[in-house]
Design a protein around this ligand. Sequence first.
Ligand code: ZN
Length: 375
Amino acid sequence: MSTGGALPDTCPIGWQPNALAPVFFGARSLGPADGAPVPLRIFFPSLDGAVESAPILAGCGRYPLIIFCHGHCIGDPDHHRRWFRLPAQLARSGYVVVVPRLAGISSGQSPSVADHPDLATLQAVAGWARSGWEHAAVLLPPPATGLAGHSYGAMLAARFASTRPVAGYAGLSGGWGDWFGDAPRPLPLLDLPTLLVWGGAGDLFTQLSDAEWNQLRRPRHRVIFAEGEHWDYLKGVDVPCRNSTGACPHLGPAVDDLVTMFFGKYLPPEFGDGLPGRVPTSLAPPPLELTPEQEFFAGGFLNGWDALSGHPACAAGVSAVTELLVANRRTRETHSLERPCRFVALIGERNRQVVGTRPTGYHWCDFCFPRRADG
Ligand SMILES: [Zn+2]
């Protein structure tokens, strides 16, 4: 997905925004009257701080698309509008983020039932972003698509991602224990990097057993907030369906940081070539190394994860299982040892290099990684 080339001289700043070098963001609320398939909010990078009128930052390379799926909140027909802080941070990090209104989920329709209407909505939203939206040209083509969601939305997003070219999936408190419909459980079907976050005993139906966790493909990341509650991601936001609140004041911003690091590692923007190697496996944000020009844009960015430390109620259990990779020094190609192609057996001892992440300047083997067609 990255070209490794130079930033185009059409870019008014000296870098393409990414998860370790942000800009500001803009957002628009659009709907069918604007040509969008459903009411939605779209977030994008900008150099302007006036969110609702801020122009998009174009000419600095293309951005991946991330679609965020809201959950079911009784009494909140426009629940998609409550999700603002997370898509804003992702937009600052070099993503175009769409948060659509999902009518089926809003009406309480379980994502586990056959023919869920919101699957067609997600398909329409992804198609519209890349062809109908006025700034469609800033988007990287598939598979540079990320899916994320909360609760029912996490379940629906996984189902969507399991059958389409998607580069990464982040699920927040998906109700996996409440998957009762006819559709197959999507998590074991996902052939892509995953991040799963859930809370404590009060975060009902969201806990995966270790057996289910071990069924997930690598690389997989899991963060469990022992005292987290179901709606803590939206702490401070008016959510009428909230029935209890956890004691950790920073859970939401901390999860924003995890999701930002996750996509930075597995779905970098067009010129984010060195980014994946800079994000640690823990997904804890590393210290930012910014120029004075970049510092100007970095206020309030990635402050959530570090704020957890010292708060007993904010304890987070982090686990990750990374890919087993081998790089061929001669062809500068990175293969998978879990799904190896026939070339892996042919790499001589002198050229074989076991690596944690794809080295800079190497490309993914098309046979081991059919979905990572990044040259
Ligand atoms: Zn291979």
